[in-house]
Unconditional design. Sequence first.
Length: 239
Amino acid sequence: MSPPIEVRPAAERSHTRLGWLDSRHSFSFGHHFDTSNVGHGLLIVSNEDHVAPGGGFEPHPHRDMEIVTWVLEGELEHRDSEGNRGVIYPGLAQRMSAGSGIVHSEMNASATEPVHLVQMWVPPDERGIPPGYEQHDVTEPLEAGGLIPVASGRGHEGAVAIHQRGAAMWAGRLAAGATVAVPDAPFVHVFVARGAVHLEGYDLGAGDAARLTDAGPASLTATDDSEVILWESDAEARR
């Protein structure tokens, strides 16, 4: 049985480094495979990527996955085989539903500045749905403080919609000293994108994560100006 709160330090994440990419993986990804680390709840991929100027992911396919991209710094250009195109910047939530099949590329939109992002995947409720794309600027509520819904299968107002009723993503830009309630769900994944926080007796820094399993009510306090990403799930992904 998993402990109610399990901390995963940044240094324990697997690491991929290419000429243009520096990526840290919270779960098994690509050739970094560990049967004991294939996700938490419905979240099965959480990659923190630094992409060099002019670099990026050339066109590649996906199927049956809800993919949420959250940019921390810089800009990322998205293009796909459905004709969707957009530039993702900090505060813009983006969701791509791979569905029955889609090909997309993700390139640093700048020739001079790097882009820093987190990309996260959850499986959909139903396989073979039509591919789709949605983006929504959440800068205003994000700057107001607290946690805001960014991507949700539960109809949260202002969030991009994912085709997974059992999951929702929250984000917060928290000033030092701010305290927020962590969603009370069977599975919660907390990732500190920037800064430092205190979570129920644990101190977490940038790149650290915590996995909550039936932990009950919990609170998180920023000990420095911070940005956090949380996923709540009501079940585990089917393996």
